[in-house]
Design a binder for this molecule. Sequence first.
Ligand code: ADP
Ligand code: MG
Length: 207
Amino acid sequence: MLSADAVKNMLIAVADTVIANEDILGEADRQLGDGDHGIGMTKGFTAAKAQLEALEPTSVSQVFTTTGMALMSTMGGASGAVFGMMFQSGGMAIASAEGLDAATLSTFLEASAQGVMNIGKAKPGDKTMVDALVPAQAAAANVKDGTIAEALAAAAEGARVGMEKSKDMIAQHGRARTLGEKCIGHPDAGAVSVSIIFKRMSEFAAA
Ligand code: ADP
Ligand code: MG
C-alpha cells in the first residue's frame, strides 16, 4: 500500500515526466488538433507539482484532489476540465482510504472514468483520452486482489493498448472531428498523455 507521502512523490514524478514529454504531446496534437496539448499539460502539471511540493498530505485522496484542482484551474478549456476531473473525481471517491492499494486504485479509476465521461460527454470509441482511461480502469479492476504495483502495471498496459487502438478511431469531439477518416493512423493526444501518466505511476510503484 502506498502512503499519502508516497502518492505525493509519485504524482510529482508523473508531473516531471509529463513536462519532459511536452514536445511529444504537442506533436500528437499537431496531427489532429491545434498542437497545444503539450503546452497545456506542461502548464497544468507545473502548477500541480508546485502545489504538491507545498502539501503535507493527510490522505491519498487529498493528494489526488489537489492535483485535479491545480490542472482544472490552470489548463482551462475542455482538456483542463477532463484532466482535472480524472484526478478529482477519483480522489473524491477514495476519501476514507488510508493508502493506495489495488482495491483503492480500482475505486479511484471507476470514479475517475465516470467523472470524465460525465463532464466531457465523450464515450469510449470517440477518440479521446477516455479511450486510454477506460481500458486502464478495466485492466486494474481485474487485479483488485493483487499488489498496487501489479494493479498499476495492469492500468499502464490497459492505457497503452487503448492509446494504440485510438489510432483506428474517427474523432467525434474537438477540432479533429472535422478530419473524418484522415484521423486514422494517429493516436489521440490526450490518450497519449493518459498512457504516459500511468506508465510513470507503474514505474514508481515497481521501484
Ligand atoms: P484543446 O482541445 O483545447 O486544444 P488540448 O489540446 O490540451 O486541448 O487537449 C486535447 C485533448 O483533450 C484531446 O486529445 C482529448 O483527449 C481531450 N479531450 C478534449 N475534449 C474532450 C472531451 N469532451 N472528453 C474527453 N476528452 C476530451
Ligand atoms: Mg489542442
